[in-house]
Ligand binder design. Structure first.
Ligand SMILES: C[S@@+](CC[C@H](N)C(=O)[O-])C[C@H]1O[C@@H](n2cnc3c(N)ncnc32)[C@H](O)[C@@H]1O
Length: 352
C-alpha cells in the first residue's frame, strides 16, 4: 500500500522548529553588543541611515539586514521618523557601555563561544558555510562552489532533513495550490519531491516534474515510488541558473528555494521562471515571510540567521517577493495562503 502525502500531523510541529532555531537570537545579540558594538556606535552617532551603520560596522547589506532584523524584532533598535536606525529606550539604558544600568559585560560572557565567533566571522565576510577550504556548501549549487548537493551521502542527509518539514507541510500545500485545472507542475529545486508528490495525490489528473541536482533526484525517485506516483512524476537533472526550464509547465513551484539566494539570484530565478510560463500560467512561491518592515517576527529573524549561515540567502518579506514577481510581469494575489511551520504560498499569474 503506497504512503499518503496528504495525511496531516496530529500536532503542529512549529514550536519545535522555533526551539531549534532560537540559539541564533542569543548568538546575534552577543555579536551585536560585544563584537560589533552596535549600541555604542549608535550612542555616539545618534540615528543614522542603514547604509551608514553598515559602513561603520563593516557589514554588507545581507549580514546587516539579518542583524538589524533580529535587533528590531527584540525591540532593541527601531527606526525614527526619517527611517534612520536608532536605539530604543530599553537598549539605551542597558546596552550602552558605561551607562548606569549597563549589562553589556554580562552579554560578553557568551561572546567568546565558538558558535558566536564563527557567526561573527560569517557576518563580517558575508559568507555561508562552504566558503572555507575544508567546508562544503549546503543546499546551494552554482558553478564554482564546492557543494554537498553533488555527493550522494551528504545530498541524502540534507534532503532527508528537509523531507521532515515537507511531510508536515505538504498536505496543506497540496490543498492551497488549487491545481484543479493545471496540467504540468514543475517543482524547481524540489528536493525529495514530497511537495510535488502530495500535489499528484491530491489532483489525480496532474503530471509533475522535479528539477534538481542528480544526487538529490535519487531520493525524489525513491520517494515517488514509495508514495505510488512514479508513473506521473519525472525527475529532471539540471542547473536552474543555466539550463532551459524543462517540460513546458503551466504551474511552477519555488518551495524554500529563493531564501537560499541573495537578491540578484532571486530576481534572476523569478524572471527566468516567469518567462517560461504560458499565458495564464502560475508561479507559486512557498516560503516564510518576514514583516514588510523587516522587524520580525523574532522566530523568523532567527530562521533568517540560520539561512544566512547555511546558504547565500536569508528570509525575505512578502513586499520583497512581490517586487520581484511584479518586475517579472506577474500579477500577484493579495493573500498569502498559510501552510505550516510559518510557511505560506504566494500565487502569481502571468495574465494573457
Ligand atoms: C532548501 S532546498 C528546498 C527543497 C524543497 N523544494 C523543499 O521545499 O523542501 C533547496 C534545493 O535546491 C536545490 N538546488 C540548489 N541549487 C540548484 C541549482 N543550481 N539547480 C537545481 N537545483 C538546485 C538543492 O539541491 C536543494 O534540493
Amino acid at each position: 500500500m503506497p504512503r499518503s502525502a496528504l495525511t496531516k500531523p496530529t500536532f503542529d510541529p512549529t514550536p519545535i522548529f522555533e526551539f531549534a532555531r532560537s540559539s541564533f537570537a542569543t548568538e546575534l545579540l552577543a555579536a551585536a553588543v560585544t563584537h560589533f558594538a552596535v549600541f555604542d556606535t549608535l550612542a555616539e552617532t545618534g540615528p543614522i541611515s542603514e547604509a551608514e551603520l553598515g559602513q561603520r560596522l563593516g557589514l554588507q547589506s545581507r549580514p546587516l539586514t539579518v542583524l538589524l532584523t533580529m535587533l528590531r524584532s527584540m525591540q532593541l533598535l527601531d527606526r525614527d521618523a526619517e527611517g534612520r536606525v536608532q536605539v530604543t529606550p530599553i537598549a539605551h539604558e542597558h546596552l550602552r557601555r558605561g551607562a548606569e544600568f549597563d549589562i553589556s559585560e554580562y552579554l560578553a560572557l557568551s561572546a567568546e563561544l565558538p558558535s558566536v565567533k564563527s557567526l561573527v566571522e560569517r557576518l563580517r565576510t558575508n559568507s555561508p558555510t562552504g566558503t572555507k577550504p575544508d567546508e562544503k556548501s549546503a543546499y546551494i549549487y552554482r558553478k564554482g562552489i564546492d557543494t554537498s548537493m553533488e555527493e550522494e551521502r551528504s545530498a541524502r542527509f540534507l534532503t532527508m532533513a528537509l523531507a521532515g518539514r515537507a511531510k508536515n507541510c505538504a498536505p496543506y500545500l497540496a490543498e492551497g495550490m488549487q491545481l484543479h485545472s493545471a496540467e504540468r507542475l514543475l517543482d524547481v529545486a524540489g528536493g525529495s519531491g514530497l511537495y510535488a508528490i502530495a500535489c499528484l495525490q491530491q489532483y489525480p489528473h496532474l503530471r509533475a516534474m522535479v528539477w534538481d541536482r542528480p544526487a538529490v533526484l535519487k531520493i525524489a525517485a525513491e520517494t515517488a515510488a514509495e508514495y505510488g506516483v512514479a508513473d506521473r512524476l519525472e525527475c529532471i537533472p539540471g542547473d536552474m541558473f543555466h539550463d532551459p526550464v524543462p517540460g513546458n509547465p503551466d504551474v511552477i513551484l519555488l518551495s524554500n528555494v529563493l531564501h537560499d539566494w541573495d537578491i540578484p539570484q532571486c530576481e534572476q530565478l523569478v524572471s527566468t521562471m516567469a518567462a517560461a510560463l504560458p499565458a495564464n500560467g502560475r508561479l507559486v512561491v512557498h516560503d516564510v515571510y518576514l514583516n514588510d518592515a523587516l522587524d520580525g517576527p523574532k522566530y523568523l529573524a532567527e530562521y533568517s540567521a540560520a539561512l544566512f549561515t547555511l546558504t547565500e540567502g536569508r528570509a525575505y518579506s512578502v513586499a520583497e517577493y512581490r517586487t520581484w514577481l511584479m518586475q517579472a510581469g506577474l500579477t500577484v494575489d493579495a493573500n498569502v495562503i498559510p501552510t505550516l511551520v510559518h510557511c505560506g504560498l504566494i500565487n502569481a499569474t502571468k495574465l494573457a
